[in-house]
Design a protein around this ligand. Structure first.
Ligand SMILES: Cc1cc2nc3c(=O)[nH]c(=O)nc-3n(C[C@H](O)[C@H](O)[C@H](O)COP(=O)(O)O)c2cc1C
Length: 388
């Protein structure tokens, strides 16, 4: 009973309807959203990542996407970010994909470059730019950052250098090499990180892109580098594996990049073989008096819905989606094709398997790994109220 995503036209499906994208079948519509864990060493993942990502596989997610994984050493956000700029980064990632496949999950990797938000502290070390204390306490030194234009991310952050043409060629090559390695590591889905104020988004948004060459100014010019990257990655990434892009659908309320820009951009990405768009928002520091989208439940769903309908491209809804019925309703309304969860998955990695029981009752225990499901099904019967 596999449903194929046809240009975002499918409606009336729920969380537990499979989805076919190119040659890949997702067993359900639940995605673990990429979440940086700041726990890698020189870009290498280790047992932490195997256990952290692996437990989402045990928990029944259809697609598990790694944290933003840097295409170059300087493309990390912090010293703890994951990377794939070396062939040597592949084997530990292969352990993750092998484990996810064993439990029927599709493995995704998010590729990114930090741009103006590079050389940062881990959140729990301050969440600001690296400074003398980080160097003194942990030997974590800042490095020179890059962006579309020399506009710092925020007060106190270093001034990034605007990429030259040669830098852009290198970035395109780095992304292409990273895609080759991601394939060798066994990933089925690749997501390009074009959101949240990082390098690719810094080219898209007029709030950061002040260039006066063919990579700045008009929307067409601001999209140029990202579309080059998408083309290069698509050329490297196997035809039977889906390519996603995560975008900031808007920078804020009536400021900067707009939803109309997102629709144009989505169509341009789709024309280059991008199969689905994850609809996030924000990431660029706004000026006083400008506002981000307010972050209530399902706050980004309207963007996923609008892009899906206007561009006819499958979308992933993300952001404050917490409950099974809430997620189910988003899909049934035809507002998105997939539902990504971030923090709720940290809270409960078994969310998908639990959602199956909530929405589908007893039969869904079969979808838990045998090692857990056999016991829990019996416990559920024991706990069920008995008749008179
Ligand atoms: C710890 C943490 C790390 C994150 N890292 C990334 C990341 O690497 N790439 C990305 O696109 N989004 C990242 N995000 C954003 C999430 O993927 C997600 O879009 C956001 O948390 C909203 O969804 P939620 O309300 O379900 O958590 C991160 C979020 C958290 C909480």
């Amino acid at each position: 009973m596999s449903a194929e995503a046809k240009g975002g036209s499918e409606t009336g499906v729920g969380l537990f309807n499979p989805l076919t994208l190119r040659g890949i079948i997702l067993k359900n519509r639940i995605v673990v959203s990429p979440m940086s864990m700041y726990s890698s060493h020189e870009g290498f993942s280790d047992d932490f990542h195997l256990v952290h990502l692996g437990r989402f596989g045990l928990g029944g997610a259809g697609l598990v996407i790694t944290e933003a994984t840097a295409v170059s050493r300087d493309g990390r956000i912090t010293h703890g970010c994951n990377g794939i700029w070396l062939d040597a980064h592949v084997p530990p990632l292969r352990r993750v994909t092998d484990f996810l496949h064993r439990f029927g999950s599709v493995a995704g990797i998010q590729l990114g470059h930090s741009g103006p938000k590079g050389a940062g502290q881990r959140p729990w070390h301050g969440n600001g730019p690296l400074g003398p204390e980080d160097a003194a306490q942990r030997r974590e030194y800042p490095w020179p950052t890059v962006s579309s234009s020399p506009v710092p991310f925020d007060e106190g952050w270093s001034m990034p250098r605007g990429l030259t043409e040669a830098d852009m060629d290198e970035l395109v090559l780095d992304c292409r090499s990273a895609a080759r390695r991601a394939c060798e590591a066994g990933f089925d889905v690749l997501e390009l990180h074009c959101a949240h104020g990082y390098l690719l988004h810094a080219f898209l948004t007029p709030l950061l892109n002040k260039r006066e060459d063919e990579y700045g100014g008009s929307l067409e010019n601001r999209m140029r580098l990202v579309l080059r990257v998408a083309e290069a990655v698509r050329a490297e990434w196997p035809d039977d594996r889906p390519l996603f892009a995560r975008i900031s659908a808007v920078d804020g309320v009536g400021v900067g990049w707009s939803i109309e820009d997102s629709v144009v951009f989505t169509k341009a990405l789709a024309a280059r073989g991008v199969d689905a768009i994850t609809c996030s928002t924000g990431g660029v520091k706004l000026a006083r008096g400008q506002a981000l989208i307010s972050r209530e439940r399902s706050f980004q769903v309207p963007f996923a819905a609008q892009i899906r309908r206007a561009a006819g491209v499958p979308t992933v809804a993300v952001g404050m989606i917490l409950e099974a019925q809430q997620a189910e309703d988003v899909l049934r309304a035809g507002d998105a094709d997939l539902i990504a969860l971030g923090r709720e998955m940290l809270f409960n990695p078994n969310w998908p398997a639990q959602a199956a029981v909530t929405l589908r009752q007893g039969a869904a225990w079969k979808e838990w790994p045998d090692q857990y499901g056999w016991w829990l099904e019996r416990r559920a019967r024991q706990l069920a109220p008995r008749g008179p």
